[in-house]
Design a protein around this ligand. Structure first.
Ligand code: RIB
Ligand code: NA
Length: 304
């Protein structure tokens, strides 16, 4: 049985490389266009699998050719895809992505089949979650299903890690069933009302998440500034790796996949953050979402 369950989105990403994203009323021609596998759930599952974890994915694709292709891609990296449901008369979720020269992106998503990951679909795969050691969640599938999945995990003694992306206000019921949360700066601000300017603000936001919702571990990812790690209120700053950014898409996903992989191997939270950071740093130097995720040996080499 897989040690890691990832419940979440599966998208096909349409990526255009542009000097700068178009303004209102403007039409621009891209320098490069690519269709790649994406979706926060699938990206995190692929990151964990490539970085060494035993992964089962729970998600939905549409009844289109691209959905089949996305499923095959997940199976190819060793992910158990028994939990992926094909939704009739739906299209596979998709993302339209502009990547600017700076490596920064702008993303619009259409959920498609991801919106059909209902509690009824979850019920069919509850056993997969219960048999795993850790459940990893994000926010591109219906929130009520995440609440139920987190409860199922907790009552089976399975750890729950929530990457609260993309930024969304969340029911307290979800946050109360989470062991570890990994927001970036804007997500942390949305959840706590505390704007993250200084590092000390990350400490305040982390304390808010500990005290309001009983979340044991908080990791606030700070982009180039690294990560704020707070365990039961004991906070520390962990600097990141400096790399030349080509495309930051899926950097957060790669970080989360790497982090949980190392945790499952019994590494300390600090070691797990460093492993996630190394993997994410490499992903930023390459185009695309899943196409940019490094192998375990590449990530370990960067850590030497
Ligand atoms: O986190 C990156 C992902 O967000 C992309 O792969 C895209 O599909 C969007 O969901
Ligand atoms: Na990338």
């Amino acid at each position: 049985m897989a040690k890691l369950s990832v419940l979440g989105s599966i998208n096909v990403d349409h990526v255009m490389q542009v000097s700068a994203a178009p303004c209102g009323g403007q039409t621009i021609e891209a320098k490069h266009y690519q269709i790649v596998a994406g979706g926060k759930g699938a990206n995190q599952a692929v990151a964990a699998a490539k970085l060494g974890a035993d992964v089962a994915m729970i998600g939905c694709v549409g009844s289109d050719a691209i959905g089949e292709q996305m499923k095959r891609g997940l199976a190819d990296v060793g992910i158990n895809i028994d939990g992926i449901t094909t939704i009739a008369d739906e299209n596979t979720g998709l993302a339209m992505i502009y990547v600017e020269d700076s490596g920064e992106n702008r993303i619009g998503i259409w959920p498609g089949a991801n919106g059909a990951l209902t509690e009824a679909v979850l019920a069919e795969h509850q056993g997969t979650i219960e048999a795993s050691e850790l459940l990893l969640l994000q926010l591109e599938t219906p929130i009520q299903t995440l609440v139920t999945a987190a409860k199922v995990a907790k009552s089976a003694g399975v750890k729950v890690v929530l990457n609260p992306a993309p930024a969304k206000a969340l029911p307290e019921e979800l946050l109360r069933h989470v062991d570890t949360i990994t927001p970036n700066e804007s997500e942390a601000e949305l959840l706590t009302g505390i704007a993250i300017n200084e590092l000390s603000d990350a400490g305040l936001a982390a304390n808010h998440l500990h005290s309001q919702f009983g979340i044991e571990m908080v990791l606030i990812t700070l982009g180039k500034r690294g990560v704020w790690l707070s365990h039961k209120g004991e906070g520390m700053h962990i600097a990141g790796f400096t790399v030349d950014a080509v495309d930051t898409t899926a950097a957060g996903d790669t970080f989360n996949g790497g982090f949980v992989t190392a945790l499952l191997e019994g590494k300390s939270a600090l070691e797990a953050v460093r492993f996630g950071q190394a993997a994410a740093a490499l992903s930023v130097t390459r185009m695309g979402a899943q196409s940019s995720i490094p192998t375990r040996s590449e990530a370990l080499t960067l850590l030497l």
